[in-house]
Design a protein around this ligand. Structure first.
Ligand code: MGD
Ligand code: MGD
Ligand code: MO
Length: 774
């Protein structure tokens, strides 16, 4: 393909015919086509399995088949007919595999056997499960302190797996739980926890059907939560307002199409009129929201002066909130100049957004990574909360707050206690139920874990799923940190780069996926997950396991725990024989899960409850808390400014349409018109020329940070794109080498993946190898 063939503009609607074509490709490409079509029909059905794609939830009464293009890709990707077996590892040394692209690695198929790295030959060789467990136990028990081990979790792990894992790790003696949510929605949990007393969204699916306005802030649902397009489209049809804040004109947000509605696909969708699209600066959302609050305050004062109906919900404010005056003082103190300059919008646009907000009786605000991966993400989330409190848009039907989660069970994993800063009640409950001394000190999050490995304070790294080496920032440093370990262990379904960045000892422990039948001593088992609306439901795999040697995640954790701790504090083997026994332990120790097993019989599962949605506030003041944060003086970090170097552009790192985090299903990004290429950087044509380049030219991206380390990625093609001036966008994980480990959110430690100060440089060398598997 030449450059022109890589970049084409896309004019179709989101989730239309293109999606259907792409689903067909995923089916046929999986080598299990017929079986997988049957599987798709079982996705998100009562007797079927939970889609391993995103955390979007369904209306509990709605029995329709619910899947989407990207769910189809996720299912087919897991249910592939290809295998990565001992022969494969005999063919390729680890060094040879390191030369391959991330796409090639995962494309090779499912891991089938437990494997151990042999440094003398640089090959992985087969190992028995018992030997593998014994090796891990030897390493763990040889540590001077349990805090020298790191236990990572990716958000696909089931509630049962996550619960057993945290029990094992805490019984072993540490709270070192780096977790994918550290890089994801950490700011949402912190920001809402402080202010509303609950770190989770307050809305359920039905609320979307009743809202008069839905704000979608820093989120690209057309790709990442395609099933969300359906309620958005329905909202537009019934005359509700959809308001988007996104610097990029994301296809899926411009037009809404039912992902499964063939008739609309035929008509290619219609341009809705009651949507509004605002394109703020990267990191400018807090300023936009503050500006909206300032307009509301102005209108409230005018209303009071003229005896007009109030703008604020005074009854709610009086009965339920605390800190209003301090907040309004802060709003008054924030200048319009500062707001406009930082927001990237005009005053008129902010006023229009504020009018839309005011006009709607019931408002839902949804957000994702465009909000949470900034330095000031917690105050931004809290500004969303502030605005919603002013009009009583929390804790009533059709209104509320909805951080839309990523991984299909990332929310459940935190509920189960995957938390490096566990609440006291959890530790107390564990001690009461089990004979353990739960560790009380805070453990490591993802950034602290990398630093600990870098400084050789941590020596063992164990991962329950995910691709830590690629998902984390500052790639060369993170890789070096992992290589410092005595042992690295990955419980995984598919080969990825993390398996190749080994400690002196390394293990790959292959596990069952969500789609597969899980048989334990007492018979077939289901696992449970919690979606973004706090609905918990059961999931039963349907396919024959890819290899007879695969074990389930709970069984692997039980094996590790038994080898390390013996029968302390539980009989691990007996417990995993029937996952109902794990659920009984959950019911005993985690609030909201009383009668857990019995309640799973309810079709669609059960809601965990949310106090804030009931207007009960588990906060310090006993009320919903306004946060009076100052708008940041400037967004570019002082660490960058201190160098005296002015960034050329601010880069956000984001997902293409053909990827699931570090998993690349393909090399296309259909809605953004990119085909067969991932090393691209989107920029405004005016910026490209201002900086002395031409569209289509290859450049290196260099990020700026105070430590003087060179952070560079090579050979990225400049794509002239409809993006606000001063901004750039490129795909993750390829751009993670640019994100400095120390550039993270205040309090969250979430890497600032949506705000990286960069310079463009003449290309020194061609880009990474991007082998396309044939
Ligand atoms: N198919 C598929 N589904 C997925 C995933 C996947 O990779 N593929 N990943 C899953 C996971 S773990 C997660 S967390 C979610 C991620 O879901 P998203 O948050 O939608 O993912 P991103 O691609 O990071 O997109 C961020 C969006 O925010 C916009 N944005 C960036 N910076 C800013 C900003 O400063 N302000 C505003 N207003 N907008 C901004 C970008 O233009 C982009 O549209 O999706 C989940 N679902
Ligand atoms: N620059 C930048 N970095 C980012 C982000 C960004 O927007 N920009 N986003 C961040 C976000 S939101 C997230 S959530 C993280 C994601 O970080 P991770 O969750 O660590 O990464 P994934 O790519 O989802 O992990 C994919 C791997 O999971 C394994 N896997 C898949 N299914 C299963 C399963 O059922 N069980 C087990 N045990 N393993 C399985 C497979 O081996 C696969 O290779 O990345 C973060 N990193
Ligand atoms: Mo995520």
């Amino acid at each position: 393909m030449n450059e022109e063939e890589h970049i084409k503009s896309y004019n179709g609607p989101a989730a239309g015919w293109g999606a259907l074509k792409s689903v067909t490709k995923a089916w046929l490409g999986s080598e299990n086509a017929v079986k997988n079509i049957r599987m798709m029909l079982k996705t998100n059905q009562d007797s079927g399995f939970d889609c391993p794609g995103c955390a979007w939830g369904e209306s509990p009464e709605n029995g329709m088949v619910k899947f989407c293009e990207n769910g189809a890709k996720a299912v087919n990707w897991e249910a592939t007919g290809r295998s990565v077996d001992p022969d494969f590892f005999a063919r390729y040394s680890v060094s040879a595999l390191l030369e391959q692209s991330d796409y090639w690695l995962e494309y090779q198929g499912r891991l089938t056997h437990p494997m151990r790295y042999d440094a003398s030959t640089d090959h992985y060789v087969e190992i028995s499960w018992d030997e593998a467990f014994a090796l891990v136990a030897r390493h763990l028990n040889a540590l001077e302190s349990p805090d020298q081990a790191e236990f990572y979790t990716s958000g696909r792990a089931s509630n049962e797996a996550a619960y057993l894992y945290q029990l094992f790790v805490r019984s072993f003696g540490t709270n070192n739980f780096p977790d994918c949510s550290n890089m994801c929605h950490e700011a949402s949990g912190l920001g809402m926890g402080d202010t509303l007393g609950v770190g989770k969204g307050t809305v359920v699916f039905h609320d979307l059907e009743e809202a008069d306005a839905i704000f979608v802030i820093g989120q690209n649902p057309g790709t990442n939560h395609p099933r969300m397009l359906e309620p958005l489209r329905e909202a537009v049809e019934r005359g509700a307002q959809v308001v988007c804040f996104n610097p990029l004109k994301e296809r899926g947000l411009e037009r809404f199409q039912h992902p499964q509605h063939p008739f609309e696909m035929l008509s290619n969708g219609s341009e809705p009129t009651n949507t509004a699209y605002f394109r703020p600066a990267l990191g400018g959302d807090m300023a936009v929201l503050r500006g909206m609050a300032k307009f509301l305050l102005q209108w409230e004062r005018e209303a009071q002066a003229n005896g007009m109906p109030a703008v604020f919900d005074h009854a709610f404010l009086k009965a339920h909130t605390h800190g209003l005056e301090a907040y309004l003082a802060e709003v008054d103190a924030t200048s319009w100049e500062h707001i406009v300059e930082q927001s990237g919008l005009s005053l008129a646009e902010i006023e229009l957004a504020a009018r839309m907000y005011r006009k709607a009786e019931r408002v839902i605000m949804c957000w994702a990574m465009g909000v949470t991966q900034h330095r000031h993400s917690v105050p931004t989330v809290q500004e969303i909360v502030n605005l919603q409190l002013l009009r009583g848009n929390v804790g009533r039907p059709g209104a509320g707050l909805s951080p839309v989660r990523g991984h299909s069970n990332v929310q459940g994993d935190r509920t189960m206690g995957i938390d490096e800063k566990p609440p006291t009640w959890l530790l107390d409950n564990l001690e009461k139920r089990f004979a353990i001394d739960a560790p009380r000190g805070h453990g490591h999050n993802a950034v602290l874990a990398i630093q600990a490995m870098e400084e050789k304070r941590a020596k063992v790294f164990i991962a329950l799923g995910g691709n830590f080496a690629q998902a984390t920032p500052d790639t060369p440093r993170t890789h070096a940190a992992l290589r410092n370990c005595d042992l690295t262990v990955h419980i995984s379904t598919k080969l990825n780069r993390s398996h190749l960045v080994t400690g002196r000892d390394a293990l790959i422990l292959p596990c069952l996926g969500r789609t597969e039948i899980d048989i334990q001593a007492e018979g077939p088992q289901g696992i449970t997950v919690e979606d973004t609306f706090s609905m918990v439901h059961i999931s039963h795999g349907q396919l024959k396991p890819r290899s007879p040697l695969l074990r389930s995640e709970p069984a692997i954790i039980a094996g590790l725990a038994k080898a390390t701790l013996g029968d302390r504090p539980i009989d691990w083997e007996w417990t995993v024989a029937d996952y109902g026994r794990i659920r009984d332990l959950i019911a005993d120790t985690i609030p909201g899960f009383t009668d857990f097993n019995a309640r799973l019989n309810h079709p669609g599962g059960f809601h965990l409850g949310n106090a804030a949605a009931e207007r009960e506030w588990n906060t310090a003041s006993g009320k919903a808390q306004f946060s009076a944060s100052e708008l940041p003086a400037q967004l570019v970090n002082e660490a960058v400014l201190a160098r005296g170097d002015k960034p050329d552009l601010i880069l956000q790192t984001l997902r293409s349409h053909d990827q699931y985090n570090t998993t690349l299903y393909g090399l296309d990004d259909r809605y953004r018109g990119v085909f067969g290429l991932r090393e691209v950087v989107f920029a405004n044509e005016a910026d490209i020329r201002r900086l002395g380049f031409e569209p289509g030219e290859k450049v290196d991206l260099v990020s700026l940070w105070e430590d003087g380390l060179e952070r560079r990625v090579n050979g990225f093609t400049l794509v002239a794109y409809d993006i606000p001036e001063g901004q750039a966008a490129a795909y993750y994980p390829e751009t993670n080498p640019l994100v400095p480990l120390e550039s993270y959110g205040d309090r969250t430690f979430t890497p600032t993946s949506k705000f990286v100060a960069i310079k463009l440089a003449k290309a020194q060398a061609d880009g990474l190898i991007h082998t396309v598997a044939g």
